[in-house]
Design a protein around this ligand. Sequence first.
Ligand SMILES: *Cc1c(COP(=O)(O)O)cnc(C)c1O
Length: 493
Amino acid sequence: MDTYEPHLYELSAPGKHGANLPGLDVPETPLPAALLRQDDMNDFPSLTEPEVIRHYTRISQRNYAIDTGFYPLGSCTMKYNPKLHEEAARLPGFAAAHPLQDAGLSQGALQLMYELQEYLGEISGFDAVSLQPAAGAQGEFAGILTFRAYHLDRNDPQRIEVLVPDAAHGTNPATAAMAGFKVVEVKSDARGNVDLDDLKAKLSPRTVGMMLTNPNTLGLFEEHIVEVARLVHEAGGLMYGDGANFNAILGIAKPGELGFDFMHYNLHKTFTTPHGGGGPGSGAVGCTAALAPFLPGPRVRRDASGAYELFIPEKSIGRLKVFHGNFGMLVRAWTYIRSLGAAGLREVSEIAVLNANYVRAMLKDLYPQAVDRICMHETVLKGQIAGAQGVRTLDIAKRLIDYGFHPPTVYFPLIVPEALMIEPTETESKRTLDAFIQAMRQIAREAVETPDLLHQAPTKAPVRRLDEVRAARQPVLRYDAEAFARIREEAPR
Ligand SMILES: *Cc1c(COP(=O)(O)O)cnc(C)c1O
């Protein structure tokens, strides 16, 4: 943005204020000295209400969001979040419930949690569900701690290795390492499946289990899933399902029937709760009856009289989150499932897969496919455009911003050079997909004819290309007049 926008601290002046409190109509009573604030409050800017409103509204408008446009960020399932869910989550009986209120006063909220447990179990083919974890990554942690508890309970303590494919999301190896295990990488084969020979070579009596995403991060259904699960189980290991890609198979395949023992659901991805701003999410988990006693709690069950109550499973790995997980997300997911019904959920996946394949088919002549196969709900292409000199996937992604689109996920999965991972989701119209396809094809032409347009992009965004590494390593999170002046000075115009 070329026009200079003062920060709130620069607009601050003594005496400005944004609140008009009514005059005192009770006798004035001095506060006890111990309750009085001792340090001065000059750290806070003094501002009028319109200044504050304009500041926050302006910066909110700089954000790209699913409510403003197409957001094909692969693996993140940025589908449109129906506003009905917001209304449900704001019902006072849910929004204003206190997490410590008595079960007798919380039957509605507990019923919703119970039903969501049941629905998720049914959709995925698992016997038991816990709604505790706050995100997919925490669901993974719950799963691997559950595997550890299960093996220890069976007096099988030598299992210390977790198998993770080379295509996996970074949270998978991070989870295994955080749980204290050794990560053993398993190669992918030329069709994008787990390499069965490599898997066999790496299974042993030390195997805790395997973490697998299906469809995997190449957007491909694991063709040997039944065989993979059989091999892992034969070695005494357990199968962890990373459910981030569940949007591809709702109502079509059940992970519990494919051989998985445990899985997390990213409710904020598949079951539409708003995400992308960093939270809150929900990484509910489901598992087989054999693992159910170890699940994190509390879970919800019905007592003999039919009333809903919270309980901690008998050998539980414990709590992962205060109270009942991110309850507002549970309300949204419940609303989504109930408003679509079984047939609607299946249709979600059918259209998600159709949309991804449409984009794939319309772009693969210009952007080579990572693996030449029909995809599931997302497709991984490569930003290697024939005849383009010195153009990288990053340039293509930045140029898309100039065309008004959020870029796809780039450089993931790590095994695909110059990866462009496109997940259109089912909530986009053919018109939107066609506009995106047209922009991508135009960019491919520019890459050959006018590559500088790509190197300079974005030119139409509030800021130009950012130094992302420096932003991560030296974040400026508080107002600092000198730092702001320096950043403004250095910013490209
Ligand atoms: C998003 C994602 C995760 C992690 O889920 P969070 O909810 O972001 O913690 C794990 N695996 C895959 C494949 C993902 O896409």
